[in-house]
Design a protein around this ligand. Structure first.
Ligand code: OSB
Ligand code: MG
Length: 371
């Protein structure tokens, strides 16, 4: 079997509500799906989780498409007939960085390979459960209204989400957290600052300990390892890293140095599901819990993230929410929350496919790349 071509599909899908974080506001998701097709007619899918602008990291839709087209495609030529997913990952190492672009192309190839073998991604990665616990990431209301925040969180609590994550930034932290904690005294609650704080905010963040939070995600700039050590010492609430963790080495270093005690694992941020699993493994060896992050994926990326979240070390609920938290119409059959959980897909590969009509209607641009 040989991968013959890739098709990059670019879709615009409106979010059900704007998603505001400390780095900006997304209203319409700039979705990039990569389809790999083999000479025996199997299509596999990967989602490129870039956003439309370089706010979360330096990657964004346009530069990811450029890197895939001009740099990763040539690098993948020599492994187009490989039956070793690790060789595919190694071939992409000639390109520095750009993990989201790498993850999209390599996941599409892995999906083809697994479909041909009739094996699900969950089985391949070592899933230990059939359903995963789901949390939900709640943005900063564009109106900065606490009433609006409580209404949104209330809707999620009623739907059964098992954990709430509040996006915070200086000026939007103590009051919203206090209000949510008062309304739901026992719901597992955590924060995500997306690097918005400074080392000098340590005592301020420590004052949030009173709200019995599960963790603080990425309070400081991604390179500030020592700052995160100081933050971990200042706060009783555990520190979790997202943007800082790009590799097995950065995960191991962060845990060994005490910069964090929990890791948010996003395959798009680390370049591949293989690396995501390795970070899970090293965290497990170090006794650190991990959980599955998200990047507002469609059902394509979500299916793969749910499979990853079924590994045994994923002991905290993930940002693996139901399709309706993001989109009125998903690209795949919708993921529907059942008792606060999502089912791990069992079909070959990622176990889901885009619905052709939805893909057609939402596509704004596509290109074919023969390898
Ligand atoms: O920091 O975890 C983040 C979404 C886009 C970019 C960064 C982040 C997020 C989320 C949403 O928090 C997670 C999700 O529900 O997909
Ligand atoms: Mg985050």
């Amino acid at each position: 079997m040989r991968i013959e071509r890739f098709r990059i599909h670019r879709l615009n899908i409106p979010l059900v509500r704007p998603f505001r974080t400390s780095f900006g506001t997304e209203r319409v998701r700039d979705v990039i799906l990569v389809e790999a097709t083999s000479d025996n007619g199997i299509s596999g899918w990967g989602e490129c989780v870039t956003m439309s602008w370089p706010g979360y990291s330096y990657e964004y839709g346009d530069n990811a498409i450029d890197v895939m087209t001009h740099h990763l495609l040539p690098a993948l030529r020599e492994v187009s007939d490989s039956d070793d997913p690790f060789a595919v990952r190694a071939a992409m190492e000639v390109v520095a960085g750009h993990p989201m672009a790498k993850n999209a192309m390599s996941t599409a190839m892995l999906d083809v390979w697994l479909r041909e073998r009739g094996e699900s991604l969950g089985e391949y990665l070592g899933a230990a459960r059939t359903h995963v616990d789901c949390g939900v990431s709640v943005g900063i209301p564009v109106t900065e209204s606490i009433g609006e925040l409580l209404a949104e969180v209330g809707g999620y609590v009623d739907e059964g989400y098992r954990r709430i994550k509040l996006k915070i930034q200086p000026g939007w932290d103590i009051e919203p957290i206090r209000a949510v904690r008062q309304a739901w005294p026992t719901i597992p609650l955590q924060t995500d600052a997306n690097q918005a704080y400074e080392r000098s905010d340590a005592s301020h963040l420590a004052s949030l300990d009173q709200f019995d939070l599960l963790l603080h995600e990425q309070p400081l700039e991604q390179d500030d390892w020592y700052g995160h050590v100081l933050m971990s010492q200042a706060c009783q609430t555990p520190i979790c890293l997202d943007e800082s963790i790009h590799s097995v080495m950065s995960a191991d270093s962060a845990l060994q140095f005490g910069a964090c005690s929990i890791i948010n694992i996003k395959p798009g941020r680390v370049g591949s599901y293989l690396t995501a699993k390795e970070i899970h493994d090293v965290s497990r060896d170090r006794g650190a819990p991990v959980w599955a992050g998200g990047m507002l994926e469609t059902g394509i990326g979500r299916a793969a993230n749910v499979a990853l979240a079924a590994l045994p070390g994923f002991t905290l609920p993930g940002d693996t929410s139901g399709s309706n938290r993001y989109y009125e119409v998903d690209v795949t059959e919708p993921f529907v929350l059942q008792d606060g959980q999502l089912p791990v897909p069992t079909g070959p590969g990622i176990g889901v496919d885009p619905i052709p009509e939805v893909l057609r209607d939402m596509t704004v641009w596509s290109t074919d790349l023969s390898i």
